[in-house]
Design a protein around this ligand. Structure first.
Ligand SMILES: Nc1nc2c(ncn2[C@@H]2O[C@H](COP(=O)(O)OP(=O)(O)OP(=O)(O)O)[C@@H](O)[C@H]2O)c(=O)[nH]1
Ligand SMILES: [Mg+2]
Length: 303
């Protein structure tokens, strides 16, 4: 391959919570990398996943759902979106859930107006819409406000239209050598995914504010030491009263969480693990700058 024809760059997925960004990232990059749940605000940090072809390397960036921050953790989530669309993106994929109330996109559209790179409008979840005219009018509404380079109608979960989108992204990237070594699929360590998968299972198993109040810290991650691989995680909650909810009657809930987490981790890493979970109270951590730093939601060099 003539290296002068190689294309590479960053494709940033942006959209409201629950639009399907992580689902799409997983489809495009061919792996269940990014946590997906039916609850909004699942993703808290930018997650990279790399898709390669003969003559391209696309670095997809999954971002947290865009929303008005109510507490410091959400401010760090909004910062992730800003950084990705303003500084990293070679193309932005603006994801819109076609079944959701479109008016909530207003603030995000304002933000995207100042983005320099091309913007692809991606209408997602079309499998849930029978009446195609809804899609036409949505498209018109966006185009009236924002300069859109190309529009795609897809179902991320059903893999409809995703191949076309992938091709178009690869084409639009600048000529550039690959950003990451060939065969690399992410910039994160396994520890990060293990924590994300436990957090994902918490989102799936618990209700109300519990998922939003938890942070998962991997305290121990040992592999190939003869005995079975071992993971110990601390689940931080914000208040003492949340601890018994997490644990459940007679430990039933946390046992279930342990089981589901173990399954998810084993499927992803392709090995057996013994998982141990602890619950720890870190009062009000979502509004505590030093905790957010310690948990990696704020990078020290950002301040
Ligand atoms: N029917 C249908 N559901 C979808 C589609 N894409 C995603 N979903 C569902 O929508 C929900 C949210 O998906 P996510 O991928 O977690 O959404 P997200 O945009 O990453 O959400 P946040 O991380 O909270 O910002 C999940 O229940 C998905 O299974 C689709 O094309 N069709
Ligand atoms: Mg997500």
């Amino acid at each position: 391959m003539d290296e002068h024809h190689f294309k590479s760059g960053f494709a940033v997925l942006a959209g409201l919570p629950n639009a399907g960004k992580s689902t799409l990232l997983n489809q495009l990059a061919g792996g269940l990398l990014s946590a997906v749940t039916n609850k909004p605000q699942t993703t808290r940090q930018n997650i990279l996943a790399i898709s390669e072809g003969k003559d391209y390397q696309i670095v997809f960036v999954d971002t947290p759902g865009f929303l008005k921050p109510q507490y410091k953790l959400q401010q760090t989530m909004a910062d992730c979106v800003n950084r990705a669309v303003n500084e990293e993106a070679d193309v932005v994929l603006f994801l819109v859930d076609v079944t959701a109330d479109f008016s909530f996109n207003a603030k995000l559209i304002e933000k995207l107006k100042s983005v320099f790179c091309p913007i692809f409008l991606v209408l997602n979840k079309i499998d849930l819409i029978k009446d195609k005219s809804i899609l036409d009018s949505l498209e018109e509404r966006v185009k009236a406000e924002l300069k859109i380079t190309q529009t795609f109608r897809i179902s991320a979960s059903k893999k409809q239209g995703t191949e076309n989108l992938l091709k178009a992204v690869a084409q639009t990237l600048p000529f550039s050598p690959a950003y990451f070594p060939k065969g690399q699929w992410t910039d994160r360590f396994e520890r990060f995914y293990v924590a994300e998968f436990i957090r994902e299972q918490i989102f799936l198993l618990y209700q109300k504010e519990i998922p939003y109040s938890t942070y998962v810290e991997i305290e121990k991650f040992t592999e190939d030491l003869g005995a079975k691989n071992f993971i110990r995680a601390n689940i931080h909650v914000e208040r003492e009263s949340q601890k018994p909810i997490l644990i459940g009657k007679g430990g039933a809930m946390i046992a279930k969480l342990r089981q589901c987490s173990q399954k998810r981790i084993e499927e992803f890493l392709g090995k057996k693990y013994r998982v141990e979970l602890n619950v720890v109270v870190s009062p009000n951590w979502r509004n505590d700058t030093s905790k957010l730093e310690q948990f990696g939601y704020i990078q020290r060099d950002e301040q």
